[in-house]
Ligand binder design. Structure first.
Ligand SMILES: CC/C=C\C/C=C\C/C=C\CCC/C=C/C(=O)SCCNC(=O)CCNC(=O)[C@H](O)C(C)(C)COP(=O)(O)OP(=O)(O)OC[C@H]1O[C@@H](n2cnc3c(N)ncnc32)[C@H](O)[C@@H]1OP(=O)(O)O
Length: 299
């Protein structure tokens, strides 16, 4: 068993993450974490159940869990800690706010800022995706509310998705509705989840799907009443964890590694592309107009 545990924490993690050098950097927080199985940053809360080896990670950035630079950074650090914790085998990702899983990337991080800020922000978005999509753990999204764009991306990175059964809650990659473009690795993640044809149509239209529609074509795997999302995620996790770790962990990268590698190989070019795209005056106008529409919706 010890050998298998080592396998879980070594080979596949190295295959997937593309961020091998971080291990020595995180040793200090890891020691701290060993003595305290619950930890909380400003934007991320982690509750680790040692008896099951399952961590529940809650995003807490009210009102809508916008994926700010701060949240994304805390997310990646927290995930890294769990990834190297031999006692942790599964991660349930959810929201601490009712009604919204995540509103996606915090649009204010992409408006009126410097090129340096856009580059740092995009690097943090990439890092979140590389770590979550490439995770060795079983990852389950407990989607307890709406989940547009970057929120949908996070959910699609997980191995299994359980969503609150309400037509009020919608999920999808709606970037084109904002006048922006989902990059190739968002597209790859959706293609991996639901196939090419649905992805092509969804991305062009920037389509948001109410939960029941999302279930129909497999964007989510299961719908349950809102108050049963967490307990159902725990039950699904137990089922996934009944498979021997080493076999599951060798299988997962067979599918995911080529997708991860595509971004790893062109991270810098992807950042440059984002910065030049988002800095365009026309794109800034488009984002500002979208933010104005969001605010007007309330009046
Ligand atoms: C050549 C080019 C090739 C390739 C491209 C190159 C590079 C790529 C370029 C760009 C890629 C960018 C990828 C972007 C991904 C994203 O994730 S963009 C974010 C998209 N998100 C949305 O559209 C969600 C918008 N929000 C909502 O729909 C709703 O808020 C909600 C359904 C999530 C929740 O609804 P409510 O509960 O009714 O809440 P409110 O709408 O009243 O919102 C409360 C409050 O929060 C503000 N807000 C909402 N969402 C965001 C957000 N994403 N970012 C920042 N702020 C947000 C909203 O304005 C309200 O603010 P106040 O009025 O209270 O101040």
């Amino acid at each position: 068993m010890a050998a298998l545990a080592v396998l879980r924490r070594s080979a596949p993690a190295r295959l997937l993450s593309g961020t091998l050098c971080v291990h020595s950097r995180v040793l200090a927080p890891w020691r701290q974490y060993q003595s305290n199985r619950h930890f909380s940053n400003d934007k991320i809360l982690v509750e680790m159940d040692e008896s099951t080896g399952v961590a529940v990670m809650k995003m807490k950035n009210p009102p809508v869990n916008g994926l700010s630079l701060e949240l994304l950074t805390e997310f990646s650090i927290s995930l890294e800690k769990l990834e190297i914790d031999r006692g942790c085998r599964g991660l349930i990702l959810t929201s601490a706010s009712p009604k919204v899983f995540s509103a996606g990337l915090d649009i204010t991080e992409m408006c009126g800022k410097s090129a340096e800020h856009y580059a740092a922000f995009w690097k943090a978005v990439q890092e979140m995706w590389l770590k979550l999509f490439g995770s060795n753990m079983v990852t389950i999204a407990a989607i307890n509310g709406s989940s547009p764009a970057g929120g949908c991306l996070m959910a699609m990175c997980c191995d299994y998705r359980i969503m609150a059964d309400s037509p009020k809650y919608a999920i999808g990659l709606n970037e084109t509705q904002l006048g922006i473009v989902a990059p190739f690795w968002f597209k790859d993640t959706m293609t991996h989840t639901v196939g090419s044809r649905v992805t092509e149509q969804s991305l062009q239209l920037g389509q948001m799907y109410p939960a029941p529609a999302a279930l129909k074509f497999g964007l989510v795997d299961q719908l349950v009443p809102e108050d049963k999302v967490q307990i159902t995620a725990a039950a699904a996790m137990a089922q996934w964890l009944s498979v021997p770790d080493h076999a599951r962990q060798i299988t997962k990268p067979m599918i995911r590694k080529p997708i991860v590698d595509r971004l790893v190989k062109q991270r810098e070019a992807d950042i440059d592309n984002f910065v030049s795209f988002i800095s365009k005056e026309s794109i800034q106008k488009s984002l500002q107009a979208y933010m104005d529409r969001l605010k007007q919706k309330k009046q």
